[in-house]
Write a protein that binds this ligand. Structure first.
Ligand code: HEM
Length: 389
């Protein structure tokens, strides 16, 4: 049996969170699996292994949680994200009802109108923040309304989402600091987000209606409300602002997109490939697993590094180059297989609406200032000030 390559690098230092890509390259070069001794976990950084593991829930189980520490894995036990079939299949079917294609098609005109109106206003101003002024608008105005929490708690969704992702790290300070907000969100979902306080036709209320019809045990509902609250806003906001940031730094790519707007869906995949908003989740092995001659024992926790897999030169030539003509439809930013992101089509609709509203109005983004938001799980910007021509 081969000895599994090791690295003592800590993925969660400020430096590595700010620019994880050199470390990802090191990990990919070390082997198809690397033991991260500082973080106490095995990691897959190559495209092939992340893709295979995402598609194999029987061996790469989510039921023991998909985060890095036991505390959050226990607090979030019960969410769809942290379950395996057959339980997962039943929950996902109900969770996905408002996100089915025929439901989303009805939302497209609303999202497009809102994007047009909002972008026209921002472009008229001449400069704006691509995070707080541009990217936050659709998720906050449209998606949080669809989830249907009462007004006070709707405004907490963004903070709760960021805290939930931060609390997924190893037991570092960032994780500890996020626990109080995570606990607050869970308490809200368990005790307050009940049908009498939820918007009657919102996604959250419909979970309880489905339970009343017998489609789901009612005790699952609070956890599935969390499935809607935590990942639905910040992820998309990061994707939208990363797009503007990339186009500001690569004006030739914006020119290409303006010349051929049919490339927009490919450009969206390329943005997600290069700056994957969710950098990692984990899995627990149900049996021994052989990775090209390295055997991982049953019960081990393995990190799937989407952000590293998406920049694997074995899959994408010249992987660090932003190229809107690349068409990386197999990128892994939304995961793959049983747990593939249930909100991906909604996120794509939002991104597409904004890019298509910007295309005819903006010939250049000039980057004035930007700042990363460091988080144990997500990657994106806190601020991104641009001037537009
Ligand atoms: C660009 C935006 C987004 C990104 C990059 C993203 C990323 C991901 C990833 C990587 C997974 C796979 C998890 C795994 O395999 O363990 C996932 C699952 C999930 N996402 Fe997203 N997401 C985005 C937007 C959204 C939105 C808008 C929603 C809600 C409307 C959402 C809800 C979910 C849920 C509920 C799951 C769990 C699905 C399951 O376990 O079956 N996501 N997402």
């Amino acid at each position: 049996m081969n000895a599994i390559p090791t690295s003592d690098a800590d993925l969660f230092t400020d430096e590595n969170l700010s620019d994880p890509y050199p470390l990802y390259e090191e990990l990919r070069e070390l082997g198809p699996v690397v033991e991260l001794t500082a973080n106490g976990i095995y990691a897959f950084a190559r495209y092939r292994q992340v893709r295979e593991a995402s598609g194999n829930w029987q061996v790469f189980s989510s039921a023991q949680g998909v985060m890095m520490n036991d505390r959050i894995n226990s607090v979030l036990q019960g969410v769809t994200l942290c379950s395996d079939p057959p339980e997962h299949t039943q929950m996902r079917e109900v969770l996905g009802r408002p996100l089915r294609p025929e439901k989303l098609r009805k939302l497209v005109p609303l999202i497009e109108d809102e994007a047009e109106r909002h972008v026209a206003h921002l472009v008229e101003q001449g400069s704006f923040d691509a995070v707080t002024d541009l990217a936050e608008h659709l998720p906050l105005a449209v998606v949080s309304e669809l989830v249907g929490l009462d007004e006070t708690h709707r405004t907490r969704m963004l903070e709760w989402g960021a805290a939930t992702f931060d609390a997924q790290g190893p037991m570092n300070q960032r994780t500890m600091d996020a626990f109080p907000q995570l606990d607050e969100m869970v308490a809200f979902a368990l005790h307050e987000a009940k049908p009498d306080t939820l918007k009657p036709d919102g996604w959250a209320a419909r979970l309880y209606a489905a339970a009343a019809q017998g489609d789901l045990p009612v005790e699952k509902c609070p956890f599935m409300v969390i499935d809607y609250i935590a990942p639905s806003l910040g992820t998309t906001i990061h994707a939208i602002s990363s797009a503007v940031h990339l186009f500001a730094r690569n004006p030739d790519q914006w020119d290409l997109l303006r010349a051929d707007p049919a490339l927009v869906p490919h450009a969206i995949n390329e943005v997600l490939r290069l700056e994957s908003p969710v950098q990692r989740f984990t899995r627990c092995l149900t049996e021994d697993y052989d990775v090209e001659g390295y055997v991982l024992p049953a019960g081990s926790r393995v990190m799937l590094l989407y952000g590293a897999a998406n920049r694997d030169g074995r899959r994408y030539p010249d992987p660090d180059r932003f190229d809107v003509r690349r068409r990386p439809s197999d990128q892994l930013a939304f995961g793959r297989g049983e747990h593939a992101c249930i909100g991906m089509n909604l996120a794509r609709i939002e991104m597409r609406a904004l890019l298509e509203s910007l295309l005819p109005r903006v010939s250049r983004f000039e980057l004035l200032a930007s700042e990363l938001e460091l988080n144990n799980t997500t990657r994106g910007l806190r601020r991104c000030r641009v001037r537009v021509r």
